[in-house]
Design a protein around this ligand. Structure first.
Ligand SMILES: NC(=O)c1ccc[n+]([C@@H]2O[C@H](COP(=O)([O-])OP(=O)(O)OC[C@H]3O[C@@H](n4cnc5c(N)ncnc54)[C@H](OP(=O)(O)O)[C@@H]3O)[C@@H](O)[C@H]2O)c1
Length: 239
């Protein structure tokens, strides 16, 4: 199995892309911790992942709250002992014209998508540095690579996440820690359904398509890495 003996934390794992990544990792032999705010959703992910026979813990966490992230990391490390892979997947978006965007919506988007990842990396980095190995997968977006109408806050947060990822890939290289920005195009999830209800999604990707790429990143060998990876709908436009 690709991740036999490894441990991973996946944020935003209660549904959508995060749940698919959690299940894919567990099926490949990884012990996992799943985190999000909705207890019932992370508990369902925990139940599904536990069917693989792997150790699975669910921890409630709001990545927009530093104390909550600190408590989550303590609980995860107490349960799993060490963390090899951190997947920063928790995400939020309000897609609307810039003139209608409120201060609260803009600030929250940055706080969850960018600062949330920063907080989780800070929480797990000391352990990765001590063990001189680790892998951080930041679930970004095609919105981190180009301008998209009605997504000014979301694009700003994901461009920021890509900048953070690339800089950390450089800074953490001497510590044996790899950092990836995974940038999907359209995926059918609650987020895309709520924010883009009018779009025809018949050929959009499924969460499992992104989980497949996350698994590829998580299982790369020690001699090769990739920094920013763009995954698009087959029918979508190349960058
Ligand atoms: N769907 C797409 O087309 C698409 C494309 C590119 C990138 N992405 C990215 O993929 C990631 C997953 O999104 P998704 O499409 O799978 O959306 P989703 O189905 O709405 O899932 C989002 C997950 O993030 C969690 N979350 C949201 N705010 C959180 C917070 N403050 N603290 C902790 N967890 C939080 C949610 O749980 P709670 O609400 O219970 O906390 C949920 O588990 C996001 O980073 C998104 O930007 C999505």
């Amino acid at each position: 199995m690709l991740l036999d003996g490894k441990t991973a934390v996946i944020t935003g794992a209660g549904r959508g892309i995060g749940r698919a990544i959690a299940l894919a990792f567990a099926r490949e032999g990884c012990d996992i911790a799943v985190a999000a705010r909705s207890e019932s959703e992370i508990e369902e992910t925990r139940r599904l992942a536990a069917e693989t026979g792997r150790r699975v813990v669910s921890v409630r966490c709001d990545v927009a709250d530093l104390a909550s992230v600190t408590a989550m990391a303590q609980a995860v490390l107490a349960e799993l002992g060490r963390v090899d892979i951190l997947v920063n997947n928790a995400g939020y978006g309000r897609f609307r014209p810039f003139v209608e965007l409120t201060d609260e919506e803009f600030t929250r988007t940055i706080d969850v998508n960018l600062t949330g990842a920063f907080r989780c990396i800070k929480a797990f980095l000391p352990g990765m540095m001590a063990q001189k190995s680790g892998r951080i997968i930041n679930v970004s977006s095609v919105s981190g690579l180009k301008a998209i109408d009605r997504q000014s806050a979301y694009c700003a947060s994901k461009h920021g996440l890509n900048g953070l990822s690339k800089t950390l890939a450089l800074e953490l290289r001497p510590h044996g820690i790899a950092v990836h920005a995974l940038c999907p195009g359209g995926v059918t999830t609650r987020l895309s359904e709520e924010e883009m209800p009018d779009r025809d999604k018949t050929d959009w990707m499924m969460p499992e398509d992104i989980a497949h790429v996350a698994l590829f990143l998580a299982s790369m060998g020690p001699r090769a890495t990739t920094d920013v990876i763009h995954v698009r709908r087959f029918g979508g436009e190349p960058l």
